[in-house]
Structure formats: C-alpha cells, structure tokens
Design a protein around this ligand. Sequence first.
Ligand code: SUG
Length: 449
Amino acid sequence: MREFNFDGLVGPTHNYAGLSHGNVASQEHAGQPANPLRAVLQGIGKMRFVAGLGAGQAVLPPQPRPDLRSLRRLGFTGSDEEVLANAASDRDGGDHLLRLCSSAAAMWTANAATSAPSADASDGRLQLVPANLTAMFHRALEAETTTRVLRAIFADERHFVVHDPLPGGSHFADEGAANHTRLFTQGHAALHLFAWGRRAFGGPSRAGEPMRFPARQTLEASQALARLVRVQPACALFPQQDPRGIDAGAFHTDVLAVGSGRVLLLHELAFVDADALVAELRSKLGAEFCAVVAREAELPVASAVAAYPFNSQLLMLAEDNYCLIAPEEARENPHARAYLSRVLDEENPVRAVHHLALSDSMQNGGGPACLRQRIVLSEAEQKAIVARVFADEALLAELETWAKRHYRDRLSANDLRDAKLHREVMTALDELTRILQLGPVYDFQLASR
Ligand code: SUG
C-alpha cells in the first residue's frame, strides 16, 4: 500500500474575496489583488518537491469558475456573457454573488472528500465520500463536480467506491479529510479520527461550542462518514474540535493537528481534552505511537493559526523516516519554529522539516496540508486508474507550460465580471481534461455533448 497526495491544481480564478468567516487569513486578505499564475506554479512546485522525496504524488483538477450553472440556477438567464453581466449588476449583492461563484477554493483538496483505504474497509474497496461543504456557499458549489471528477478517476467499481456526498443542509455539514486523521502502528488496526465542531441534534455538546466563529462540521456528519467508509466501529473515534481553537481561527482540525502512521502533532486546543485523547490513542496503538503536544505557553494558538506549523504534510518516507512539508511562514514565526525544532529533537521518527513558499494559498488560509487529499492505494488499485493523474516530471512540466499559457498574473474582484476571463477558464480546463485524460467532467463539456 502506498499513500498518494492528490494535490488540487490552483484554478485560474484564484482571488481574495474574504469569503470564509472564521478563517483569519481569508478575512485579512479580502480585496487584495491575486496572482493566479504564481499560485498555480507554487502548487506545482510543491508537487515536484514531494514527488522528489519519493512520496506518492498525484493531481486533481480545478473547477470551472465563475460557476455559470449556479448563476443560472439562481435565475440569471441569457448567454454566458449576459448571465455574468446580469449577476454582476444585480443591485441586491450581485458583486458578492459573483465573488462566491468565482472562488478557486476547490484547490484545497483536503476538503474534497474523506477516504479510507481498501485495507480498512469491510468490503475491501477504497472508499471516498465527496464532502458536501455545506457550511460555506462558495464551497458547497464544489461537491457536484468533485463527485464527477472522483468518479472519472476512481471509475473501476471492483476497486473503488465513490459515494454520494452526505445529503441535506447544515445537519450533515461535512468538510472532508480536513477533519479526518488515520493513525496506525505495527500489529494494530488503523484508527480513524473523525473530528467535528458542533452537534446537529440534541443540543450543544457538554464541552461547549464556539461563540465567535462557526463550527463547520457536525458530529452527525462524522458518524455518517464512519458508517459509509465501512471502518470497524471500534476503529472510529469522534474527538470534538476545541471550541476555543475554532474561535481562535482553527476552522478545520488540520489547522491545529496533523497525524499520519504512528505520529500525531497537535496543539492543546486542537481537540477537547487533548491529553485524554492522546492517552486513549496510546492505549489503542501501543508504545510506538508518538504525540508531540504544543502547549499554549510554548506556541500561542494565534501563532499556530497565523503560521500554520500543523498544516504541514507529514510524509512517511520509510517506517522510521518521516518528514514535514511546512509553509515558509512556520519558519518565520519564532514560536512555530521553536515547536517544529522540538519535534525534530524529540524521540520520534520525524527526521526533517522542509519549508516551502505557498504564500498565495496561505493568504486564503490554505497551507500544504489543505492542498492535498491523502489516498492510500495498493498496486492493483494504482493500475486500475487510467486517468493520467500520477505526477511524473513529464506531467508536471506539461502542467507548468499549460498554466503559463492560460493563467493571468493579476486578478482582482472587478476582473471576475469579465466574460473573457470565463472563456479563458473554459479553454484552459477543456485542455486540462485532455492532458489528464479524464474525459468530460465539467458542466460546460457535458452540456455541449
Ligand atoms: O474553506 N478558504 C478555504 C481554505 C480551506 C483550507 N483547507 C483546509 N484547512 N483543509 C476555506 O475557508 C477563502 C476564499 C476567499 O476568501 O476568497 C477560502 O475559501
């Protein structure tokens, strides 16, 4: 079995629209001009770096934005140009609606789905549940296309199950693998942590719920995910995100915790009673399990949210050789740097921290870990994927050339109403589906068939 990091390619409309209440970086950078070309190249650079370490690397495509299908569903009519112009000039928040329908947020593929390897699932198939992302309108738009893309890639039903996203509105709000962690040690069944921020039924949790910022994922959604991916009930844990962490800006679990294999790095405000959780994990996983807890005094939660040391990718290169792919910001922030150097000093298998520049994603609250969906595949499962999504140098170089041909190096809110931008995006994405050998997956491709 090998873990693959399916990174989201940054989309051509990457911009800073301040859409995510509770995501401090998104709020701070609202309205600033963006550089989609630099953003996509930084992302491809990360894929090249991770592949170069010998870790599994693959790619997921962006989504068509502005999302004209959604604008049409909201009653705007006419040609593509007219739909855009009518939406943008609508006096009741048209500008904002256009921003919502233009977000490139599908790049953060940690939120695309929750997955469980075939080895953990009772039917022996790899399980994927696309996230409904209902907590935020601009993200909820992703679920339908994500499902289509995943079904195009994981098409072989002998090996893969791509479920429907969870139904409904806020009751089963699901943010995908950003709240999911899989841990394992030799000789023990893998454990799945399905974290959540609020309860849909039965009143607020005893540990309280955030007051300042929204909790995006419900306990009920996490429980449904555990059922759907068919892990043994004894292997599923449902820790609550600490409401104080959410109120400090940890809108997803992966802002304050990262785990893989036998290692868990976490801030004490990642989960309610983090020490009890660590003790439970140790009793279930044995002495091999290593947790490095950052206390508030060592790493204030505000620094953890600003510098994202926990939003690192924790890569297992060999059983006793893990490394971290951390954002550059985690080296610049003295608290985050001190914590990461303690991780290196202590008895655990983490051997190196590599810092990468991902400023454009970071400024919308997305670090290295947000940009990838982890999917564990057997050799037979890898072979069953016929789309060209596994990253080798030829593909990465082709994607760079493709991006340089199609992406703008400056984009601000006003550009979103430009019908030319919309045509540029469709041309780029149409070409991309050919490069990735995906077949038609986008609304505009299916409508024209
Ligand atoms: O959902 N930002 C994303 C960031 C997602 C990060 N993912 C993980 N933590 N796994 C979000 O808040 C901002 C878009 C804007 O403001 O333009 C945004 O959607």
